[in-house]
Ligand binder design. Structure first.
Ligand code: FES
Length: 180
C-alpha cells in the first residue's frame, strides 16, 4: 500500500507571491466566464429601454431641400439601447410628399398587405408594391392588388421648417390600421 504524504507548501515569500498571483488570475478568469455565461439572462432581466421610435418625433434631415409634390424616400434615425449599456443607431425609411413648407404627407414604406417595401413609379405617379402587385395613388388609396387598406400615414410635425416624424409599425394584412 502506498502512503501519500501531502507535500508541504513552500513558505518562501516568492512562492507565496506566485501562488497569490495564480489565485488572482484564476478568480478573474472564473469571474469573466461566469459573467459571460449568465449575461444573456441578466440582460434579459434588465428592462431594455428600446421601445423603438414610437412616441418620439425624430428629425428628418433635408426636408427644406426636397421638391414640392414629388414623393421622396427619406430616412430618419435614432440611438436606442438594444441591450443594457449598448447603444445602436436604428434607421427608419419613410415616404414624404411635401405639399408646402409647412405641410406634408408621410407614409410608412411598408406595404399594408404583407409589409414588403413598395416603390414610387414616377412614370405612372403611383406607388407600386413588387411582391403581390398592390398599387396606390399618391393619396395612399389602394387602386389595384390585394392590399386591404390604404398606405399607412405617420404622424408628423414641422417646426422651424424642419420635419419631425413619429415612426410606427402597423399590423399587416387587415383592413384596420392598428399599431403592431
Ligand atoms: S406585400 Fe405588397 S402587395 Fe403584398
Amino acid at each position: 500500500m502506498t502512503n501519500h504524504t501531502p507535500t508541504p507548501r513552500s513558505q518562501d515569500p516568492e512562492d507565496i507571491q506566485k501562488r497569490d498571483f495564480i489565485k488572482g488570475v484564476t478568480a478573474a478568469i472564473l469571474g469573466f466566464l461566469s459573467l459571460a455565461l449568465t449575461w444573456p439572462l441578466v440582460s434579459f432581466l434588465i428592462p431594455s429601454s428600446n421601445e423603438g421610435a414610437a412616441g418620439k418625433f425624430l428629425k428628418v434631415p433635408n426636408f427644406p431641400k426636397i421638391p414640392t409634390g414629388t414623393p421622396t424616400r427619406m430616412t430618419t434615425a435614432e440611438d436606442v439601447d438594444t441591450q443594457a449599456f449598448i447603444t445602436t443607431k436604428v434607421v427608419y425609411d419613410i415616404w414624404v410628399i411635401k405639399h408646402a413648407a409647412d405641410k406634408a404627407t408621410v407614409y410608412s414604406t411598408l406595404c399594408p398587405h404583407l409589409n414588403c417595401r413598395y416603390n414610387f413609379d414616377s412614370t405612372k405617379d403611383v406607388f407600386a408594391c413588387p411582391c403581390h402587385g398592390s398599387v396606390f395613388n399618391e393619396d395612399g388609396k389602394c387602386i389595384a392588388g390585394p392590399a386591404p387598406r390604404p398606405l399607412d400615414t405617420l404622424p408628423y410635425k414641422i417646426e422651424g421648417g424642419e420635419l419631425y416624424v413619429q415612426y410606427k409599425l402597423f399590423k399587416a394584412g387587415i383592413p384596420e390600421k392598428i399599431e403592431a
